[in-house]
Design a binder for this molecule. Structure first.
Ligand code: SP5
Ligand code: ZN
Length: 331
């Protein structure tokens, strides 16, 4: 398995997420990816591949032009991290005010922008696209150490620590070569990925996550969301009870895997978050470190060309162990 990594993510250091009026320490820290990288290279002796550069046109295929421009322009301003303060209300005007745009293009106050944001978010996309090309060219699997993560980012909105939707852009790239299934096992619903493929039948999206009735992103992720138009039936959500453990999780995973089999994709993308771990500080589920090996083994049995895209996972003490447990099943 090829691991794709770039040290550019070290420049992405949002210090705080605004929660209930407080500046809480930001959970999405550089150490996350560093711990995973070190564990995979030291314990499993896997090689690291640097990402290639891809044209911005790949991001434009799924994200709104004006949103991309806003991120690029705002990223030129300052080293200080900028947050939204005002969000659009009903029947809002077309606006041309920088503060208003921060609210227009965001759905939370966890996802700030500074002068490093645009280039690190682009590099994260490069990592995902490189992982996709490696698999398109014949490798059985690749693992994109993306940071910032992507699965919450929608066409024209950042949120949940995500700016561009790495997994969705990789799926769009691979969909030119054949049908793609995306299985999102981050603990949070992949609202961004769902929204980007909601009307499409050539990309199957399945998300297994903590029930959004209680957990972020709250506004999506119920089993009722099944897709629209030609996409009807190609969006599947499995909201789980809080504290769901290995056994109950595995039943749902096996069901998802059966649905992927029926779809008969050419490629599989896994939006991979270790925030399902029992000791994750924000997750809500109760998976054990050794379960990630079982999870990966079941996914491997599909025998598909598979791209792993790093999403969440916030307990830096366990991330390396979780990644080694997961990846061991694939090598
Ligand atoms: C990629 C990803 O996993 N994004 C997840 C973003 C979820 N953020 C939730 C933040 C929860 C706010 N912290 C509450 C602390 C209470 N003191
Ligand atoms: Zn998550």
């Amino acid at each position: 398995m090829k691991i794709i990594y770039s040290q550019k993510h070290l420049l992405h250091t949002p210090p705080a997420e605004i929660f209930n009026g407080n500046m809480d320490p930001h959970a999405e820290v550089p150490d996350r990816i560093e711990n995973i990288r070190k564990a995979l290279t030291k314990e499993l002796h896997l090689d690291i591949l640097a990402p290639n550069k891809f044209s911005i046109s790949w991001i434009k295929k799924l994200h709104d032009d004006k949103y991309i421009k806003f991120l690029e322009k705002t990223s030129k301003l300052t080293e200080e991290y900028l947050y939204p303060s005002v969000f659009p209300y009903d029947n809002y005007l077309q606006i041309d005010n920088d503060l208003a745009k921060r609210g227009l293009y965001a759905f939370d106050m966890y996802t700030p922008i500074n002068c490093q944001t645009f280039k690190t978010a682009c590099e994260s996309v490069n990592i995902a696209l490189t992982a996709a090309t490696v698999v398109a060219e014949g490798e059985k699997s690749s693992y994109a150490l993306c940071r910032p993560p992507g699965h919450h980012a929608e066409k024209a909105k950042m949120g949940g620590y995500c700016y561009f939707n790495n997994a969705a852009i990789a799926a769009e790239y691979l969909s030119k070569h054949g049908k793609v299934a995306i299985l999102d096992v981050d603990v949070h619903h992949g609202n961004g990925t769902q929204s980007l493929f909601y009307d499409r039948s050539d990309v199957l999206f399945i998300s297994i996550h903590a029930d959004p009735k209680y957990k972020f992103p709250y506004f999506s992720g119920t089993a009722k969301e099944k897709g629209v138009g030609r996409g009807l039936g190609f969006n599947i959500n499995y909201p789980l009870k809080l504290k769901t453990g290995d056994l109950a999780y595995h039943q749902v995973l096996l069901k998802s895997i059966d649905q992927i089999k029926i779809f008969q994709p050419k490629y599989l993308i896994i939006s991979l978050g270790y925030d399902t771990h029992k000791d994750d500080p924000i997750g809500g589920l109760s998976l054990t470190t050794s379960y990630y090996f079982q999870m990966a083994k079941a996914i491997r049995l599909l025998n598909l060309s598979t791209v792993f895209i790093q999403e969440g996972g916030y307990n830096t003490k366990i991330l390396g162990y979780a990644a080694v447990s997961f990846v061991s099943a694939f090598i």
